[in-house]
Design a protein around this ligand. Structure first.
Ligand SMILES: Nc1ncnc2c1ncn2[C@@H]1O[C@H](COP(=O)(O)OP(=O)(O)O)[C@@H](O)[C@H]1O
Ligand SMILES: N[C@@H](CC(=O)OP(=O)(O)O)C(=O)O
Length: 563
């Protein structure tokens, strides 16, 4: 593999394998001298291990991690300079606006006004695709598979996307040429899909990337038009390096220094507000466009926040912050003023659509506060997410529902006291690449739920489940239970008796039996498994009992707490 080395800004073309690059670094004292005080982002595992063996790598200053195709060696003090936000003249915060916030020309104008209403901030802006563009692109791709090449240009969703973007450009008074090439390429791509009669995960990611590529170009052009200097960036061009798990890629460590360097250097040369595509990255092996999973722009924002060491990460939504439950399930949900990273991460992971499941990780690592705000109601205080918060008064913070979960009851066919059963069960999941959400065990049995998104993303649900059962039946009796829901109670688990006493009272009144319960590992989450068909009513009844005690007491005295 051909590797390019950037030594503290000096480029060297180096047609060597990762291992030999590592070796040559070790035997070149001048380079190793530099590396002693450098941070190294290495291209391959081989280069990593080769570097780690070398004496200069013993320096605490050297951090080695994998990225694709590029070895970037940056002086440690250069990295430290990238930790901005301490200096008033530097970029200060990230502001991420989701699809609902930039759904039309009018919304884009309001977002621009909102950004400009904080003159003291020098933000990096992250945008999602306009409105429901991502969904429309996915439907267009599915239709293209079977519509025939001649019909690809007339797919309704393509017409909708063209019309929306051209109308927005016209209404904002910016030049149509800003997105003309993208619209042409999008049509060509749909024709290509129609010709191939298949839509691979890789093509799907490329297809949906058009949404963010166009929204950011339009918004940057509009800011420039009104006299605010802005510069558009495609995340996959500025160092967002990811795994090659198309549709659900993960950010690699190499992203942080690369993104920091690019945004910082550009800002220093010519300060223009960076407008970055959310949701997108570049696969480290394939170098193809990847996406970070639905809602992934939140993760883009927190990654930039950590990379640049910014003061705050703001995610602007269409609700007044993180709410006590999903407002689509129960409209009386209330904003939660404060959350810890741990609570927010559990809440996001267990299905609260408001935050991407992985988005809290960079914020927590960088210890950067995240503020969830409403772009339709900027005066609302929103939710502030920080490392720790006062939990002395906290009981239940929020209720989260994850539907359509598969549960497995696995009972060992071996004798009591035999060791290795749990190890065998989990190695089966590891071999099949399936992640597990909630677990409860006894000596000879284990109940667990499988992460549905992991299965959905590969569209192999039934075959995969059959295969899991087949493998586990070699060591156990297996009972597969589908259409289950996880209700996660996010709150202060130190008060678990109080919480559970109330929960079971509510469930009993509603005639609901809990099929599994998990509490322990997480200090902020108690998970209950119930039937899908009962789950929404449970959430409403629990919400009433915990957050609307007056209503709940009233209903109880009337003999019912059901929603
Ligand atoms: N606990 C919750 N708190 C707030 N919003 C939630 C919650 N659970 C689900 N939602 C839904 O998440 C939506 C906001 O997330 P999202 O659609 O990703 O926003 P955006 O596209 O603006 O980033 C809300 O409109 C709401 O319907
Ligand atoms: N546009 C992508 C990424 C994203 O983050 O969107 P939003 O911020 O609107 O949830 C999606 O729909 O998944």
């Amino acid at each position: 593999m051909e590797t390019t080395l950037h030594f503290c800004g000096i480029k060297t073309a180096c047609p060597l394998s990762g291992a030999s690059v590592g070796r040559s670094l070790r035997y070149q004292p001048a380079l190793s001298q530099r590396l002693r005080f450098a941070t190294c982002v290495a291209s391959t595992g081989a280069l990593n291990s080769s570097l780690k063996k070398s004496s200069f790598c013993t320096s605490r200053a050297l951090r080695v991690s994998c990225s694709g195709g590029i070895v970037d060696v940056i002086e440690k003090n250069e990295i430290e300079n990238h930790n901005l936000g301490k200096n008033d003249k530097q970029l200060s915060c990230v502001m991420k606006f989701g699809g609902s916030s930039v759904a039309s020309a009018e919304r884009m104008r309001e977002v621009a006004d909102l950004v400009l209403s904080f003159p003291e901030e020098r933000p990096v802006i992250v945008l999602s695709a306009m409105g429901k563009t991502t969904n429309k692109l996915l439907v267009a791709g599915e239709k293209a598979v079977s519509c025939g090449v001649t019909n690809a240009s007339t797919i309704d969703e393509l017409s909708f996307i063209k019309e929306l973007h051209l109308r927005t450009v016209d209404e904002l008074g910016v030049d149509r040429s800003i997105i003309a090439t993208h619209l042409e390429e999008l049509e060509q791509l749909l024709k290509g899909i129609a010709m191939m009669k298949e839509l691979t995960l890789r093509t799907r990611d490329y297809l949906v990337s058009f949404g963010e590529c166009m929204s950011t170009r339009i918004f940057a052009a509009y800011l420039n038009k009104i006299g605010v200097k802005a510069r558009q960036y495609d995340a996959f061009e500025i160092g967002f390096i990811t795994t090659d798990d198309f549709t659900n890629a993960d950010i690699l460590e190499a992203t942080y220094p690369a993104v920091a360097k690019r945004l910082h250097d550009d800002w220093i040369c010519d300060s223009a507000i960076p407008i970055v595509t959310g949701f997108l990255g570049k696969g480290w092996r394939t170098c193809a466009v990847t996406t970070l999973g639905r809602g992934g722009s939140d993760l883009t924002a927190t990654t930039i926040g950590k990379a640049l060491g910014l003061r705050e990460i703001q995610v602007w939504k269409d609700v007044d912050g993180v709410l006590t439950c999903d407002p689509n399930i129960y409209p009386h949900a209330e904003p939660v003023p404060y959350l810890s990273f741990e609570e927010a991460a559990e809440l996001a992971y267990f299905g609260a659509q408001v935050l991407h499941p992985q988005s809290m990780r960079p914020a927590r690592e960088g210890d950067i506060p995240v503020r969830v705000k409403n772009s339709y109601n900027p005066k609302a205080p929103g939710t502030l997410i920080t490392r720790s918060r006062d939990m002395s008064e906290a009981v239940l913070t929020s209720i989260v529902l994850k539907r359509n979960v598969t549960m497995l009851d696995i009972v060992s066919t071996r004798m009591l006291g035999q060791y290795g059963f749990l190890a065998k069960v989990f190695s089966t999941f590891e071999d099949l690449g399936i992640s597990v959400d909630v677990v409860a065990t006894s000596e000879v049995s284990i109940s667990l739920t499988l992460d549905p998104s992991k299965l959905w993303s590969r569209e192999l649900i039934q075959q995969e489940l059959d295969h899991v059962v087949e493998e586990l039946e070699k060591i156990a009796v297996v009972n597969l239970l589908q259409s289950r829901s996880i209700i996660s109670l996010i709150g202060n688990v130190q008060r678990s008796s109080l919480i559970l006493e109330k929960v079971f009272r509510v469930l009993r009144t509603n005639g609901v039996n809990v099929q599994m319960i998990s509490q322990g590992a997480s200090k902020v989450n108690i998970s209950l498994i119930v039937n899908d068909s009962e789950a929404e009513n449970c959430v409403c009844a629990l919400h009433q009992a915990f957050f609307e005690s007056n209503i709940s007491e009233l209903k109880k005295s009337n003999g019912s707490v059901s929603a």
